[in-house]
Design a protein. Structure first.
Lengths: 360, 254
């Protein structure tokens, strides 16, 4: 019994390490185009891990993570834009008749500051919203509605402030990052490798967090928030922390996204993308960490394949997929594996029982 | 022995006009098995609720060790004052193993930052093993709590309460749904744990009360009707009139 548990953990770890090495080696066998796509999917996968910590482990459903992703992406894009204009005014600002760089853009001249803000801004906003709602014991569907309201507010704000954000066309046309051309294949490969390493780190640290006592407390909050209070815990502190953490991870993902995709606009961070993000987690299997990573990559690979051939059908397909998963695969793809594993084990047991019988 | 660990003074719990607890004075003494009985709707569960802050008192005082006022504290703060509650329906974490349930219940610093650094200590492991032994769940310690039998779930929850090392234990109908053997075991356990703490139990089963009670309080319409030993309770005419008329006489006759 003990042995098989060790074996299971060991083999899990080996598989995870193999996947990680395979991803690192991908530049050797994927074309630049495919590599760039995979890099984008992996950026989404990073976000999915954070969302799983929040939804899968802690039971808090946010339909507004597009905003945190977007804040990270815009922070990075603002820096890239300023790099591209070489100290001048970004084109869209000049078009809307501005003559001087607005105050809030000034810190983004410095890449380090932009990177720090890309993580810090989403975290601060999540902290404030989380602190107020969770402390007042607003949870479940009420919190989810609030998280959607946040999307509406931020997207409206971004579209409306044309001269600050580039409005609905967003930010694009970048040149260099730390002086390296963002359009060269080498830089893009470097971005890909950085994305894989960040994914590995976020995964490893999240796994460490949920495997320990902390993770059990999160599950306790998910399954019985009130009971946890009578065990001496204050669930709101834990929920606020995880919400803040997952927003920071989303910001990180957004930055890696914009580096590889080269554009960010309000439609990429709004309500529909926010719902899609939840779907990655649901499809992959919530509360497993690896499931959401698989989900993010698979859904986005399918999306790319589909929209190359039938761009209009994708949204319908996505809706259908969601219904199918909720009805038939409540535990997602990883749940399917579990089932398969259990069945195999049962077969093992029954065959060993038969062996025993034949001996007695 | 005589010093009160917990004292309620003139407590009222008002549910929009209906007073589930009405001007109640109530004292809990240390090292006692203290039963609360009374007809349905008498306010017994509400009494436990108001002590552990599940329900807030509308007015009145709740004093711990005659100094610390509890009525303004939140549920988790009350736990850290040494008061632990077992609910009527077993409320354990189905998706965690038996040992995990005890691990998160056990007395420790439970704030966010301490918990991030939390590590097993030898003493913690020892305490959990002793508890598993005490409540007889050693064989199933690795199983998911959701897969336990009903009686085992009740035991697990009692163990979770005890892992918090409370000074006052509140139990709401702990033997409901248990077999005769399980009841005896629970009774013995209650006697044992009351040696160094107060145990306040809401119970309907009069045989059980009679066997294990040090003190019995009878509640009726949100007030304390009578308090004394089980014998005194059975012989009190007012108690007979409002409540025991049916049940205890039957039991006494039996
Ligand atoms: N949240 C609430 N809102 C309104 N009324 C309530 C609430 N909780 C309890 N009551 C009422 O208060 C009264 C006392 O309830 P309580 O649960 O304390 O009774 P009890 O003595 O535990 O009864 P039982 O023996 O049936 O468990 C009941 O009439 C109940 O309907
Ligand atoms: Mg009751």
């Amino acid at each position: 019994m003990q042995n098989t548990i060790y074996q299971k953990i060991w083999s899990q770890r080996v598989i995870l390490n193999l996947i990680f090495l395979l991803l690192l080696a991908a530049p050797l066998f994927l074309s630049d185009f495919r590599l760039n796509l995979l890099g984008k999917f992996l950026a989404f996968a990073i976000l999915a891990i954070g969302l799983d910590l929040l939804w899968g482990y802690t039971g808090v459903l946010s339909l507004g993570h597009g905003i945190f992703f977007g804040l990270g992406a815009y922070c990075m894009a603002m820096y890239l834009k300023l790099e591209a204009t070489g100290g001048g005014l970004p084109d869209f600002m000049a078009w809307s008749g501005m003559s001087e760089l607005p105050l809030i853009w000034i810190p983004f001249q410095y890449p380090i500051v932009a990177i720090i803000l890309g993580i810090l801004l989403p975290a601060i906003i999540a902290f404030m919203l989380g602190y107020l709602t969770f402390r007042n014991r607003i949870s479940g569907v009420y919190f989810t509605i609030l998280s959607q309201a946040l999307v509406l507010v931020v997207v409206t704000l971004f579209v409306g402030s044309q001269n600050l954000t580039g409005g609905s066309s967003g930010l694009t046309n970048f040149n260099t990052f730390f002086g390296f051309s963002v359009n060269s294949a080498t830089t893009q490969t470097a971005f890909y490798i950085i994305t894989v390493i960040v994914l590995g780190l976020v995964f490893f640290l999240s796994r460490k967090l949920v495997k320990g006592r902390f993770g059990k407390i999160l599950v306790g909050i998910r399954d019985g928030e009130n009971r946890m209070r009578f065990l001496g815990y204050s669930p709101s502190a834990y929920k606020t922390f995880i919400y803040t953490l997952s927003a920071a991870i989303a910001g990180l993902a957004g930055m890696l996204f914009v580096l590889q995709v080269g554009i960010i606009s309000p439609t990429m961070i709004g309500i529909i993308p926010s719902i899609e993000m939840v779907l990655w987690v649901a499809l992959g299997g919530r509360g497993t960490l690896i499931g959401p990573v698989i989900g993010a990559v698979l859904v986005n690979a399918a999306k790319t394949g589909f929209s190359e051939s039938y761009p209009d059908i994708w949204t319908y397909f996505l809706g259908l997929l969601f219904v199918l998963v909720v009805v038939f695969l409540p535990k997602g793809i990883t749940g399917l594996f579990e089932k398969w594993n259990d069945r195999r084990k049962k077969q093992d047991v029954s065959s060993s029982v038969e062996v025993e019988k034949s001996y007695s | 022995m005589s010093q009160a660990v917990l004292k309620l003074k003139k407590v009222i719990v008002d549910f929009s006009g209906f007073k589930a607890i009405n001007q109640l004075d109530f004292t809990v003494k240390p090292n006692c098995v203290h039963f609360v009985i009374g007809p349905n709707g008498a306010g017994k569960t509400t009494l436990l609720d108001v002590i552990c802050a599940k329900t807030k008192a509308t007015t009145g005082e709740i004093k711990l060790h005659s100094t610390k006022e509890l009525s303004k504290l939140s549920e988790d703060q009350i736990v850290h004052q040494g008061i632990s509650r077992k609910f009527q329906a077993p409320s354990i974490f189905q998706n965690l193993s038996v040992i995990d349930n005890l691990e998160i219940a056990m007395k420790q610093k439970k704030n966010l930052f301490s918990m991030m650094k939390a590590k097993w200590t030898k003493e913690q492991k020892k305490k959990i093993n002793e508890m598993l032994e005490l409540v007889g769940l050693k064989e199933v310690k690795g199983q998911l709590a959701g897969s336990l039998a009903h009686g085992q779930k009740q035991w697990l929850e009692i163990a979770m309460v005890l892992m918090q090392e409370p000074d006052i234990v509140l139990l709401d109908e702990p033997i409901a749904g248990m077999s005769k053997k399980e009841r005896d075991k629970t009774g013995e356990l209650i006697t044992k744990i009351a040696r160094d703490r107060a145990v306040l139990i809401v119970e309907h089963d009069m045989d059980f009360v009679k066997e294990y009670a040090d003190i019995v309080s009878v509640m009726h319409e949100g007030q304390l009707l009578f308090e004394g030993s089980m014998e005194e309770v059975q012989n009190d005419p007012t108690v007979r009139e409002v409540y025991l008329g049916r049940k205890v006489e039957e039991n006494v006759v039996n």
